[in-house]
Write a protein that binds this ligand. Structure first.
Ligand SMILES: CC(=O)N[C@H]1[C@@H](OP(=O)(O)OP(=O)(O)OC[C@H]2O[C@@H](n3ccc(=O)[nH]c3=O)[C@H](O)[C@@H]2O)O[C@H](CO)[C@@H](O)[C@@H]1O
Ligand SMILES: C=C(OP(=O)(O)O)C(=O)O
Length: 420
């Protein structure tokens, strides 16, 4: 297995570009199930989750080809409807094929995604909503087995805000008979990007980006070409990396309108953020950062997908910060690993109390999930000596060439084969 070996102590300087959004690409690619024909999707990050979804789509008779960051997809409109355990177990977002399969092929057999390192992550809200739209759904041998006649529009009230739940219902509703209203919908930018793609395919959707989305089902859609939004979490991760090293980095392709809360929080810690234009941001910091409290919230609150990276910053900030995780019940697996590097962190219920230390020390650490991996790499950038981050397949799930990008800014990171 591969690991990253990071030599700490190098200040990041220079320019770097943000890739397309993983969490927008995945539902947009899944949405190509909704109509046969050819699609060209651009600005797609070439990373493991995307490649996994493309493998899954090829099992569903949608032929993909990657060319740089552009994907061509040919939906041959076959009758395949199974998302097998082997693929779903490596990527929870595979659940995103459920809504479109039911809407278009009227049949789906999708492995239950199962628990993972950040919490239980049930899909009860997805299933409840699709049942309300007329699907007959049973859980059999670890699979969601579903079938329907044409889905019917319904009033869907989500008990909690769910991003992929909203996306699944949106994709199901565009081909349903009649009107669907989704209450308590997610307003994350990636949901908006998906809705814009669906509209380009001919879907009739109102209230995009609000908590109540109305969809008027149509009889059929047409294939469309689309360019995916940039990745707000990658942009913010790069900002944290630059800031922790006392660096000076110009980041291109930052979706600024989606990051207001993050900019505010980073400014509170003493990071300087200059908006060069609407796409470029210069991030710099000198001296020690100041501790700041953070509570993760649904959009536009502070993203849970940035909690671990922000914690790495707080490990070496001046003072005590309280980091509270409200979205996932178990998203603190990075804490034990950061402590191996000398961080002073206490966990209490859903909060981590971080007492900033003078210096971290390089150690062997284990990545447990995607953002935990990024936080360990960020910590390694300022740790004394070498940090070995094992199990980086998690990192490769969601970041495109993360180590290469950091190296282009002056980091010293090697990829080696002998990880555990
Ligand atoms: C591929 C993708 O876009 N992944 C993102 C998506 O994940 P994902 O869509 O899986 O996350 P959700 O928004 O659904 O989860 C939010 C909370 O709701 C709970 N829940 C969700 C659905 C359900 O049926 N029942 C239920 O109880 C979850 O366990 C979690 O505690 O949004 C998360 C929250 O912003 C991000 O961290 C993930 O990066
Ligand atoms: C949790 C994440 O992804 P997923 O929902 O695909 O596991 C993430 O992107 O941080």
């Amino acid at each position: 297995m591969e690991k990253l070996v990071i030599e700490g102590g190098n200040t990041l300087k220079g320019k770097v570009k943000v890739s397309g959004s993983k969490n927008a690409s995945l539902p947009i690619i899944a949405a190509t199930i909704l109509c046969d024909g050819e699609y060209k999707i651009d600005n797609v990050p070439n990373l493991r989750d995307v490649r996994t979804l493309l493998k899954l789509l090829s099992l569903l008779d949608i032929e993909p080809s990657f060319n740089g960051n552009e994907i061509l997809l040919k939906n041959k409109n076959d009758d395949a409807f199974e998302a097998p355990y082997d693929l779903v177990k490596t990527m929870r977002a595979s659940i995103l094929v459920l809504g479109p399969l039911l809407a278009k092929r009227r049949k789906a057999r999708v492995s239950l995604p199962g628990g993972c390192a950040i919490g239980e992550r049930p899909v009860d809200q997805h299933i409840k909503a699709l049942k309300q739209m007329g699907a007959n759904i049973n859980i059999e041998h670890g699979y969601i087995v579903a079938e329907c006649d044409r889905l019917k529009g319904a009033d869907i009230y989500f008990d909690l805000v769910t991003v992929t739940g909203t996306e699944n219902v949106l994709m199901a509703a565009v081909l349903a008979e009649g009107k669907t209203t989704i209450y308590n919908a997610a307003i994350e930018p990636e949901v908006i990007d998906l809705a814009n793609f669906l509209k380009k395919m001919g879907a009739k959707i109102e209230g995009i980006g609000t908590k109540t989305i109305t969809v008027y089902g149509v009889d059929s859609l047409s294939p469309a070409n689309y360019s995916v939004m940039n990745d707000r979490i990658e942009a913010a991760t790069l900002m944290c990396a630059a800031a922790i090293t006392g660096g000076d980095v110009e980041i291109e392709g930052v979706p600024q309108e989606c990051l207001t809360t993050v900019f505010e929080k980073l400014s509170e810690t003493g990071v300087s953020i200059d908006f060069i234009n609407d796409k470029r941001v210069r991030v710099s910091s000198t001296g020690r950062l100041k501790a700041a409290d953070v509570t993760t919230q649904v959009y536009p609150g502070f993203p849970t997908d940035l909690q671990a990276q922000f914690m790495a910053l707080m490990c070496v900030a001046d003072g005590v910060s309280v980091i509270t995780e409200t979205i996932f019940e178990n998203r603190f697996m990075h804490v034990a690993e950061l402590k191996r590097m000398g961080a002073d962190i206490r966990l209490k219920d859903r909060s981590a109390v971080v007492n900033g230390v003078e210096k971290l020390s390089g150690a062997h650490v284990m990545a447990s999930d995607l953002r935990a991996s990024a936080s360990l790499v960020i910590a390694g950038l300022v740790a004394d000596g070498e940090t070995h981050v094992h199990r980086i397949y998690h990192l490769d799930r969601g970041y495109e060439r993360f180590d290469e990008k950091l190296n282009s800014l002056g980091a010293k990171i090697k990829r080696e084969e002998n990880g555990v």
